[in-house]
Ligand binder design. Structure first.
Ligand SMILES: C[C@@]1(CC(=O)O)C2=NC(=C\c3[nH]c(c(CCC(=O)O)c3CC(=O)O)Cc3[nH]c(c(CC(=O)O)c3CCC(=O)O)/C=C3\N/C(=C\2)[C@@H](CCC(=O)O)[C@]3(C)CC(=O)O)/[C@H]1CCC(=O)O
Ligand SMILES: NC(=O)c1ccc[n+]([C@@H]2O[C@H](COP(=O)([O-])OP(=O)(O)OC[C@H]3O[C@@H](n4cnc5c(N)ncnc54)[C@H](O)[C@@H]3O)[C@@H](O)[C@H]2O)c1
Length: 211
């Protein structure tokens, strides 16, 4: 799921290891996180003390879940997680159930972030360990340099959209802009200062791809 949750109220029910992992992802996405749980892991406690999240220190009640954009049920009690599901469904709020992915309305993929590049893998509940392994493999293939590649690509795409009126040519140039070699070439930066040279170079690359 690719969803903008910056500043949105997200509720995590439970404060154990699983809640910690889900919360970490939510905080990375700058969500406004509230955890309802009698206990927290040391790291969640640290985040709570730092003001990164709001902690309601008790067992969850129905009123805790209203007004949320997303809900995560991550207690160790299946009947409580199921109750969270029923309340969330009643409120029409998307809900993730940690011990029963099939029951919830969404599941979490394994995620690799390189700045604005987001790669995800999911085995649809069949095997989180496989999703994790695939993401580890992708992290070797798509290294930290992709953060810069994406930033440059955004600038190049804006130039192409401004300068090239024909849609099929735009598509061909943008396809030529994202080969490994091309992404490396843009890093020198000089072409980005000269729109005409950049477009000429992209046309050359597009011809090479065609040929
Ligand atoms: C990808 C990731 C994302 C995240 O959590 O954000 C994620 N689980 C991760 C890791 C992981 N989870 C588990 C192991 C141990 C090995 C194993 O059991 O296979 C490992 C591997 C590890 O720790 O390396 C145990 C586990 N997980 C679930 C159950 C209950 C059940 O069986 O349904 C149990 C059994 C509990 C028990 O036995 O008691 C359920 C779900 N876990 C999901 C996502 C959803 C399905 C995704 C999919 O299939 O692709 C789903 C359905 C619901 C959801 O949580 O959304 C995250 C990787 C983060 C990273 O990249 O580091
Ligand atoms: N989805 C996944 O990725 C994944 C991975 C591993 C395990 N699991 C499952 O997730 C569940 C949680 O695992 P864990 O290791 O985080 O457990 P845990 O025991 O570490 O944490 C459970 C938390 O739930 C809280 N809690 C209990 N009753 C509550 C209530 N009524 N209201 C609010 N909070 C309450 C506890 O205080 C505790 O903080 C387990 O059922 C496990 O089977 C899911």
């Amino acid at each position: 799921m690719m969803m903008k949750i910056e500043g949105r109220r997200c509720i995590v029910v439970g404060g154990g290891k699983v809640a910690e992992r889900k919360t970490e992802g939510l905080l990375q996405a700058k969500a406004n996180v509230t955890i309802v749980s009698p206990r927290l892991t040391p790291l969640l406690q640290q985040w709570s003390e730092a003001g990164s999240l709001h902690w309601i220190k008790r067992e969850a009640v129905e009123a805790d879940l209203t007004g949320a954009t997303l809900i995560f049920a991550a207690t160790d009690l299946p009947e409580i997680n199921k109750w969270v599901f029923e309340v969330a469904e009643g409120l029409a709020i998307p809900v993730n159930i940690a011990d029963d992915g099939e029951l919830g309305s969404f599941i979490n993929p394994a995620v690799l972030r390189r700045g604005e590049l987001v790669l995800t893998a999911s085995a649809s509940g069949a095997g989180p360990a496989l999703a994790t392994r695939i993401i580890q493999e992708l992290s070797a293939q798509y290294g930290p340099e992709y953060k810069r590649y994406i930033e440059t690509l955004r600038a190049i795409r804006a130039i192409v959209k401004d300068e090239v009126a024909d849609a099929s040519e735009r598509r061909a140039l943008l396809k030529a802009a994202v080969t490994d070699e091309a992404l490396q070439e843009w890093q020198s930066g000089s072409l980005l200062q000269d729109k005409e040279r950049l477009i000429a170079r992209l046309r050359q690359r597009a011809d090479e791809l065609k040929g």
